[in-house]
Design a protein around this ligand. Structure first.
Ligand code: AHR
Length: 684
């Protein structure tokens, strides 16, 4: 009570309005003796410049994020190498020179392809396209006839999506045994047999040749219940490789990205992209690490590899495509380099063995940033990206706290020294604490439930400001539900983002993880989801942002360029589920941060009410002459924290912006239950 009294006096001193109690302040509000929380914003006390790249994305090949996700390719297993997964091949089953499992069984039918019209399909390592795609599918179509076309069928990544009046690009490599006269027909057909688009391709000979054509759909409804077919009515034997089908892509980029997913990302205005992982940069073993040199150049020269998340990656979405993605969305790359440690805990044991990987990382940086006079800059230009990319941060490895051998200490030091010597301006991120070097930044990951996230929502306020190493929260998420979070996740996330914003003097940037999940098959063998909690969901045709996505977007779009001091009294608490073992725990239920736009003087105050009841809050602003009576509130709220968005109701919970009044340097406003609010206040 004394505390409340003194607070009342303090606020009364600076402003004519007084702090009220909930019972008397808000008519119709439940009678309670709890004092109204007071949030004090010191608008003239700038505690940090908001880093322009504060909000970003983290990405890796997980949950069919690229193949079957962002990457426009619609054909699954286009290079016929996915069987390496089924056979559960280990690193030493590979011939490193061939990038292809040496023990791979012949005469098996390739995964995700079917035959039609009595054709037989077998994998053939004796008829490779080239060194990288050193297998092909041999199609025995001797049964083909005018009335019964024979060939191959692909069902895509849980469907082949089609939109009406849209042009799709087909390409493939083919050769034929002598006597085959062709032609081939490429088509998209509905699963009940209706031809949606088709084209005839002639000229298949005894030599490998690439063919390209387009398929144009007519009017009709969008659908994903379709297949792609490549057939012939002429009997014979043909071989196929790199069979590809692309829809129109975002910004029409060749080998580019899916439009709807790109648009969701662009709408949230992320400023950086942390890639390629996550675990994906490490790989399960050395053979399957993110070997960027095998992921550049023409896609048919990329051998592909086994993603650590259990499925084959053609690597059509490789290093240049990450950069193209950055370019199209306006993000700066944050490059994670392979650091000589893999997920099976294998690692190099001495500095001589590490050195090739250090050089590989330096060359990768050159690929991203170099000009035409450099070897790898010139290669990037050849790959279609004339301008060097702005690169400010490089991360050495990923989650190396899992490496109990202690090797990260010297592995990091070797990378640090080499990168610092060649690129002195680059900031170097460590993935765990190191002693022998001062990392510029440390990557701090956190994945917890809502209660735990809210409980840690003041973590960085307590960080020692004399620590020279800044913080990058390179992976974080509140994990209430699968495959994408409910409102509970958005509330925990927003509480956490308030913490990150308040502490932007030590937290230089952050990103949610994982970003994407294909929700087509959530369980069982060959499932599309490997990680249960993700920001954006989709199937072959449609996509949606979770409430957590909209929370991200609200914060990203209302950033300001300066963080100002904010403090609170009388913070309310709620009784929240403690975790897996049951029980409850008291956690705060009100979270806040304040920034401003220095050019216009606009104040941006974010308030999160994670309680199931409405919460009146007094906002007391000092350090400005006045605050206009009118402003705006952008609110994301739900009737219950279990509400969510999904494919059927993609926009059930979205932020709504409204004009508000009765604002000033001291005002009391009631924040709805389970809500995230961004107040925009015009201050002078
Ligand atoms: O985001 C999913 C995984 O979580 C990342 O690959 C890894 O870095 C972390 O353990």
């Amino acid at each position: 009570m004394n505390l409340i009294k003194s607070l009342t006096q303090r606020v009364s001193l600076s402003h004519t309005a007084t702090v009220l109690f909930a019972a008397t302040a808000i008519t119709g509000f439940a009678q309670t003796n709890a004092p109204v929380p007071v949030i004090q914003v010191q608008a003239d006390k700038v505690t940090a410049k908001m880093p322009p790249t504060f909000y970003g994305l983290m990405t890796e090949e997980i949950n069919f994020s690229y193949e079957g996700g962002l990457y426009g390719e619609l054909i699954r297993n286009r290079a016929f190498k996915a069987d390496a997964i089924t056979q559960n091949l280990k690193a030493n089953d590979y011939d490193p020179a061939l990038h292809y499992p040496a023990k791979f069984a012949e005469n098996v039918s390739p995964k995700f392809w079917k035959s039609i019209g009595g054709a037989t399909l077998v994998l053939d390592t004796n008829t490779p396209l080239n060194e990288a795609l050193n297998v092909s599918v041999k199609v025995d179509a001797s049964s083909a006839s005018k009335t019964s076309p024979a060939g191959v069928v692909n069902g895509g990544f849980w469907g082949i999506p089609t939109e009406p009046k849209t042009t799709y690009t087909v390409s493939f490599f083919a050769k034929a045994a002598s006597g085959f006269t062709g032609p081939l027909t490429a088509s998209i057909e509905s699963t009940n047999g209706k031809v949606l688009a088709s084209a005839v391709i002639s000229g298949v000979t005894g030599e490998w040749k690439q063919f390209e054509t387009t398929l144009k759909t007519q009017s009709g409804k969008p659908s994903k219940d379709n297949v792609f077919k490549l057939t012939t009515t002429a009997p014979g034997t043909i071989w196929l490789q790199e069979v590809s089908l692309f829809p129109p892509t975002y910004k029409n980029r060749p080998n580019g990205d899916r439009k709807d997913l790109s648009q969701l990302l662009a709408d949230a205005q992320p400023k950086f992209l942390r890639f390629p992982g996550g675990n994906y940069v490490e790989g399960n073993d050395f053979v399957n690490r993110f070997n960027w040199k095998q992921m550049i150049g023409p896609v048919e020269q990329r051998p592909g590899h086994k993603s650590c998340w259990g499925y084959w990656s053609t690597d059509g979405f490789g290093l240049p495509e990450f950069l193209g993605w950055c370019q199209d969305i306006g993000m700066e790359p944050v490059l994670a380099v392979f650091a000589g440690y893999t997920l099976n805990r294998d690692h190099v044991t001495n500095s001589a063995a590490l050195e090739p990987y250090v050089q590989e990382a330096l060359e990768e940086i050159e690929y991203v940033t170099g000009d035409a006079s450099t070897k790898w800059g010139a290669q990037r230009i050849k790959d279609g990206y004339p301008n060097p990319f702005p690169l400010n941060y490089v991360e050495v490895g990923n989650e190396d706290f899992f490496d109990r051998s202690g090797s990260y200490e010297w592995r990091f030091a070797q990378f640090f020294d080499a990168i610092r010597a060649k690129y002195p301006k680059l900031k170097i991120i460590s993935t765990t604490a190191v002693k022998s070097r001062v990392a510029d930044v440390i990557d701090d990951h956190t994945y917890v439930n809502e209660t735990a996230m809210e409980a840690q929502a003041f973590k960085y306020d307590a960080r020692d400001r004399s620590n020279p190493t800044k913080v990058f929260v390179g992976e974080w998420a509140t994990q209430p539900s699968s495959p994408t979070p409910t409102m509970a996740g958005a509330l925990g996330d927003a509480a956490w983002m308030c913490c990150l914003e308040r502490n932007a003097d030590v937290v230089v940037m952050h990103c949610y993880a994982p970003l994407f999940v294909n929700v087509s098959k959530l369980a069982g063998p060959d499932r599309s989801m490997q990680w249960n909690y993700n920001l954006i969901g989709y199937d072959a045709l449609n996509s949606y942002g979770s409430p957590a996505y909209y929370a991200q977007k609200m914060f990203s779009l209302h950033m300001g360029d300066e963080v100002v001091a904010i403090s609170a009294q009388n913070l309310p608490v709620r009784s929240a589920p403690a975790g897996r073992n049951g029980g409850t725990r008291e956690v705060k239920s009100l979270f806040y941060s304040a920034t401003r736009d220095s050019a216009s003087g606009k104040l941006i105050v974010k308030i999160v009410n994670s309680a199931d009841t409405a919460q009146p809050v007094t906002i007391d602003i000092s350090g400005v002459k006045s605050v206009a009576a009118k402003g705006t509130a952008t609110v994301l709220k739900a009737a219950s924290r279990t509400e969510t968005n999904d494919l059927k109701n993609p926009q059930h919970l979205v932020p709504v912006t409204e004009k508000i009044k009765q604002l000033g340097t001291n005002f009391t406003r009631t924040f709805p239950p389970c809500s995230i609010t961004v107040l925009e206040l015009q201050a002078k």
